[in-house]
Write a protein that binds this ligand. Sequence first.
Ligand SMILES: [Zn+2]
Ligand SMILES: [Zn+2]
Length: 334
Amino acid sequence: MRPDTPAEHIAEAERLIRTATRYPEDQEPLLLQAAAHLELADERERASALYDRLLASEPDDPHLIKALQASNLWEYGHEAEARALIQGIRTAAPADPAPWEVIAEALENHDELTASEECFTQAATLLIPENAPLTRATTALLTGRHRVRRLLGRPHDDWDMVADTRHIGPIPLDELHDPKRIWALGSDDPAELRAEIARLRAELGDRRAALSRPFPVALLHWPERELAELLTSYPTLAAEYPSHAQHLEQIESSLRALAASGTTNLGIVTASVPSYEAFAASEKTSPASPSLLAEYATTLAARGKATPWPPSPTSPCWCTSGKPYPECHGEPQR
Ligand SMILES: [Zn+2]
Ligand SMILES: [Zn+2]
């Protein structure tokens, strides 16, 4: 179930904050996710308090948290604080593309296009060495930079060409980012103008959502001995898991089906009987209840425990057989 209304976002944020109290070692991914839900509910002050709490706890990724905080603060009128945070990030020059993208988009959202372009260019200069392959995150920087430069009416440079070449999607980047679509259409048809702006904003919003919501959709993987122990202790769960081999096949085929339907950010979480029993106790539910399994998987994923799927072709299979993925569960004909 995906939260939709503000009340649902607040309820989900509160559930994640409670989970963070139980698992303080995983509070960073949990509270980041909670803050994203609070932002979506327009509870910006509460989101700010969470970002401050994270920043006070020596987080792994302080620059991303500061960037999200800057963007959030600016949305509810704290422009000076937001600008100070953005300046601090630019001076610190982090090696991760995500905080750069968040601050450049915050500037863009507030019509500071020149500063936004400078920010994207500073990040690209710092993080994209010549002849190094682009990652998804550095490609996103070039795409954002392309969009802002189109809005500014700048001619294409080499990086803009790269952004065009790397873009995948039904609409070419130059059309999507065409300032004429935005500015010229407006004089004739304000409704069309608004639709175009909404479209660009939606594209931005998707990226922001992906950045601030690191949670994968994760499936539960029981290693063989753990599954045997689980079914001995809770025979009612045998209906879910006819055999260990079938359990493994089911994981791979479900993930392939999700990927084929366009779901991104997929992962696998490894289950163990003691951690499952502790989770059941914390939820005041019997471990024998099959409905608890999905909640257990979601909570492990929310705690940042998921391994991304699919493994790279040179990696060992996720099932821990020791065989390379393409010769095990990654076999194409499976
Ligand atoms: Zn272009
Ligand atoms: Zn395997």
